[in-house]
Design a protein around this ligand. Structure first.
Ligand code: ZN
Length: 272
């Protein structure tokens, strides 16, 4: 992989990554918080205070999905997080998985199915720290998928609907990947190409992903991005960056405006 970044490799180097992230975050005025020290490295959160409610971005909860952490690093380096808002970033939530390059943690647990039971030290430490902060109004979660060729995202929305926000997001990513067409993805019907409009309930009652825990806490709007793991890493990173920017650049207007479903090229619910 040829790229300018030292850490831009399919072989994810957690210590190098955390070192680079620390430098970039400090330069942007973020403070670092140690959530947990694991045998594979620390779980760290970065935070910059500002107007509440916070904006929160997470990545690296699945250790075989390196594009998310690398995109979080680039967003930090580029100053993408709004300076007037309280911002929280957890870019590498699964140190063991990132070191081993496995979806699960070192003990074989899928952390992103553990936010109800909280049986893992990582999720316990993560939720304890997040619970000490105000509930975010926007949560962006960066993931990857081995089974798709296009980009798709989950939206959990407890507030006002906004179709243009979703179409703008897909448009921003379209330079890198087409929207996954479906008719269904991962057992979900699509609201439109690449768009899973998910209720704030888990698919399996005892296996909550982070996004469900956030919704249950009261985070009114979340987006989980999924880039195709089989594509080039630089394109997956770029898709996560541009998709995140499409949401962050809409702030603060994005969370007060609503718009009509008319005239925005909206595709109605599809699938069988
Ligand atoms: Zn994932």
């Amino acid at each position: 992989m040829n790229d300018s970044s030292n850490v831009m490799s399919d072989l994810f180097d957690l210590p190098s990554f955390l070192g680079e992230f620390s430098l970039a975050a400090a330069a942007r005025g973020f403070s670092r918080h140690l959530l947990l020290e694991t045998e594979d490295g620390p779980i760290l959160a970065w935070e910059r205070l500002g107007e509440a409610p916070p904006i929160y971005l997470s990545a690296g909860i699945h250790g075989d999905e390196p594009a998310g952490p690398l995109a979080a690093l680039r967003l930090m380096e580029e100053g993408a997080f709004p300076t007037d808002r309280h911002c929280i970033v957890c870019p590498a939530l699964n140190p063991g998985g990132l070191v081993l390059q496995t979806r699960a943690n070192r003990r074989g647990a899928d952390l992103n199915r553990d936010y109800n039971i909280l049986s893992c030290q990582e999720t316990v430490a993560h939720t304890r720290w997040l619970s000490s902060r105000p509930v975010p109004s926007l949560f962006i979660s960066l993931h990857e998928d081995w089974e798709t060729a296009g980009f798709y995202f989950y939206e959990i929305n407890l507030g006002e609907d906004n179709v243009r926000r979703a179409t703008d997001l897909l448009s921003a990513v379209s330079a890198h990947f087409p929207a996954e067409l479906g008719p269904g993805i991962d057992g979900h019907l699509l609201r439109g190409p690449g768009w899973i409009f998910h209720r704030a309930e888990p698919d399996l009652p005892d296996s909550w992903p982070e996004a469900i825990w956030m919704a249950k806490r009261g985070c009114s709007l979340s987006f989980t991005f999924e880039t195709p793991s089989k594509a080039a890493l630089k394109d997956r990173v770029a898709a996560h960056v541009d998709g995140s920017l499409a949401l962050l650049d809409r702030l603060p207007k994005a969370f007060t405006e609503t718009d009509s479903m008319d005239g925005v090229g909206f595709m109605p619910l599809c699938g069988s």
